[in-house]
Design a protein around this ligand. Structure first.
Ligand code: CAA
Length: 699
């Protein structure tokens, strides 16, 4: 304990002259779990009762000030005392109080600071109300106290964006009272407490201030959030709670509670918090934690879209890259793409011009593969042909230094076959990036049969350096993401064959939360990619009992074009906004007539149900056969690599909201039409029988 008297296992207090010091020490981030709440209440009560102090300074031990409520308690039965009541009591302290902020004061942490009578931030510290990112709203007085200090418009900006704000900005807006040089929080707490005693650091109770109504800001923000993401009901609830800050504090806090509970009981809260923990859980595995090899210099083979994106990502992380191409033209194109990517990052404010120049200076383009002799890791990103990859890995085997990691960015090929062309399969693994590789955060880390533990752990270390979410996958056709995509992609074509229009499917899935329906995505990415894959599959011979769903897409490619890049696809793009292409309707009618299909109507819900049931079926198989370690790994693949709506938590988190028994019932129903495609995964049947969930498998 940092101070001599402890009021709980997480809070202690003591005295330095006239100043009472209250210390919160609750690793890792001093979240306001029950021990902190009870401890704070007790400490402030006791200091007031003891009556020895003229100021109370609150500070935190460890890496940060209080970073928020303890999210792990959400969804559990509440434990008294609640943070709101503790903060109201603290605010009424007869002795003036001050908070010392280092690291981050977020959510319930900043709300704690708002309830003290002054806020001092150390240089470099940040504050914010990021609750909306977790599907809720500031529920411990933040919506009432910040508007009283900084006005309704600023409170709306902070609470609706959820951004982490530098304390320097907070001073300009009245949200922070003073910024001091960074130092030991306890020393600063003593100094600031003494200033409070001396009257050189003014204090006042936030609840005694009045917030001025700002109907224009409220209305404008409400319209903006409802337009931007109608699914996130918490954004509108947050705006309404802030609008209530013109009322007396007790009424405002009661309004905040009502709006908070609407969000707390919503499925989106559970989905977004699943996403928060999932992002961290994927690398919280033994495979990611062992010893790692160096990552001081990386080689990338291939200057196409993927190779350039991977190179950009490494350069942005400060890792020098040697980029290899076979011809000068390809190399020049690669360097031009990388330069364009970095310029884009500069114009979006992601990096400074100095950093952009430094990044480019770390790029060494070369036409000579021998130049890879001293790199620590090579990422091959060439055309998806096994023979080409085998040839490259055979060469790398002789060129690269012992212990160098040899990685392939293949999106579906067998890593073990690639590794077999070397006499160091322990150094080979898959590093599957997603396009655009310098933007998309997912990195599938594919473990080959013989991949060494330290090579695998280095894959995770790379993900961390690149600020990506590394997910462990085992070898199979398409790994986690593309294998599941390959399966549910078929149900999209079956829906259209059987009666839905491409636009109906797109609208249904967009209303479900996808940023873009699958046909619009196809038009954007280019329909030729799927066309080539289908032709290859046809040449290889489709399984006899598989229903072929690609006729419509094939004819669109052959007669209309490949989507946006040729001006026509499922949609026409003459006016910019996509308009359904009437020629596609004719193709659909033609194919249905040839196949003797009488089209039926699908409601939006039926479209979503079939799509998600197909999605979940294959995702279950991926967990069942061990391609993914846990359901949460599958969820993160889709959130970070495929734009699955974050507020739904991921396909298998969503599956738990439906329940295994209902999913089995649906599959059996659909199987009456196509028993080959619709098969109940044994794991799902077992879950239905046992009454278990995917969440059970995550713990
Ligand atoms: N509750 C419980 N655990 C938390 C937590 C929280 N609020 N915030 C972080 N953690 C945990 C993480 O899960 C992680 O645990 P593991 O090591 O077991 O994986 C650990 O703390 C460290 O977190 P990070 O890996 O994220 O560390 P970082 O240094 O990269 O980032 C941080 C630190 C900026 C505080 C970041 O963790 C963060 O943004 N946390 C969430 C902050 C937040 O959203 N606060 C609002 C909470 S809701 C609220 O306060 C409601 C209210 O109105 C009362």
């Amino acid at each position: 304990m940092a101070e001599s008297n402890s009021t709980s296992e997480a809070v202690s207090y003591g005295y330095e002259g006239d100043v009472a010091l209250v210390c919160v020490d609750n690793p890792p981030v001093n979240a306001t779990g029950v021990a902190v709440r009870a401890g704070l209440q007790d400490a402030f009560r006791k200091i007031n009762e003891e009556g020895k102090a003229k100021a109370i300074a609150l500070y935190c031990a460890g890496r940060t000030f209080i970073a928020g409520a303890d999210i792990r308690e959400f969804g559990q039965p509440p434990k008294a005392p609640g943070l709101t009541e503790v903060l109201s009591e603290m605010e009424q302290s007869a002795i003036p109080t001050v908070s010392i902020i280092h690291g981050t004061a977020l959510g319930g942490g900043y709300e704690t600071a708002l309830a003290t009578h002054a806020r001092v931030g150390m240089k470099g510290a940040k504050f914010g109300l990021p609750e909306v990112l977790l599907g809720i709203l500031p529920g411990a007085g933040g919506t009432q106290r910040l508007p009283r200090l900084s006005g309704i418009a600023y409170a709306l900006d902070i609470a609706v964006s959820g951004r982490h704000v530098p304390v320097e900005e907070g001073v300009e807006k009245g949200a922070i009272d003073r910024v001091v040089e960074a130092g030991d929080p306890r020393e600063i707490a003593i100094a600031m407490g003494q200033e409070v005693v001396a009257g050189t650091l003014p204090t006042r109770r936030t609840d005694q201030l009045q917030a001025q109504a700002d109907d224009a800001a409220v209305q404008q923000t409400l319209e903006m959030v409802q337009k931007k993401n109608p699914h996130l009901i918490n954004l509108a609830e947050c705006v309404k709670a802030i609008a209530a800050s013109t009322k007396p504090i007790d009424e405002g806090l009661a309004a905040e509670r009502e709006h908070f509970l609407v969000c707390m009981n919503s499925p989106q809260r559970s989905g977004l918090i699943h996403a928060f923990f999932g992002e961290r859980a994927v690398s919280n595995i033994p495979e990611a934690k062992g010893e790692t090899r160096s990552l001081d210099k990386i080689g990338v083979i291939g200057g196409g879209t993927m190779g350039s994106g991977i190179t950009t990502s490494c350069l942005m992380a400060g890792i020098p890259v040697r980029l290899i191409e076979v011809q000068q033209e390809g190399l020049d194109r690669g360097v031009a793409t990388i330069t364009k990517n970095l310029d884009g990052a500069l114009s979006r404010g992601k990096m400074t011009s100095d950093k952009r120049d430094a990044a480019l200076a770390m790029l060494e383009p070369s036409l000579n593969m021998e130049d890879l002799s001293d790199v620590d890791l090579v990422i091959e990103a060439v055309f998806e042909k096994m023979e080409i990859k085998k040839d490259i890995f055979g060469k790398l085997n002789t060129i690269c230094k012992p212990g160098a990691i040899l990685a392939s960015n293949t999106s579906y090929l067998d890593i073990d076959k690639i590794a077999a062309t070397t006499d160091r399969p322990q150094d080979v693994l898959g590093l599957h990036f997603f396009s655009p590789a310098h933007v998309m955060r997912l990195l599938e880390i594919v473990q080959g049969e013989k991949t060494a533990p330290d090579a695998l752990a280095t894959g995770f270390a790379l993900a961390k350096k690149l600020k990506k979410v590394g997910v462990l996958a085992q070898v199979c056709d398409g790994f986690i993401g593309n294998r599941i995509l390959g399966h549910y992609g078929k149900v999209i074509s079956y829906l259209v064959l059987d009666g839905a229009s491409p636009a109906e499917v797109d609208t249904a899935l967009e209303n479900f939360g996808m940023a873009m329906g699958p046909h619009k995505v196809g038009d954007l990415a280019g329909l030729d990619i799927g066309y080539m894959t289908r032709q290859r599959r046809k040449e290889e011979g489709l399984p006899a009992d598989e229903r072929y769903g690609g006729d419509i897409a094939d004819r669109i490619c052959e007669r209309e074009g490949y989507g946006r890049k040729t001006g026509k696809g499922y949609y026409l793009y003459e006016t910019g906004a996509p308009v359904p292409n009437p020629a596609v309707d004719e193709i659909i009618d033609e194919v249905r007539a040839e196949k003797g299909i009488t089209p039926k109507e699908f409601t939006e819900q039926e479209i979503v149900d079939r799509y998600m049931t197909a999605f979940i079926s294959e995702a279950t198989r991926v967990v069942e056969d061990g391609t993914a370690k846990r359901p949460i790994d599958v969820d993160m693949v889709f959130l970070f690599g495929y734009g699955f709506p974050r507020f739904r938590g991921g396909p298998l988190h969503y599956a738990d909201t439906i329940g295994a028994a209902e999913l089995v019932r649906r599959i059996e129903e659909y199987a009456k039409e196509d028993p080959n495609y619709w098969q109940v995964p044994p794991l799902l049947r077992k879950m239905a029988d046992d009454g278990t969930t995917f969440a059970d498998m995550n713990s």
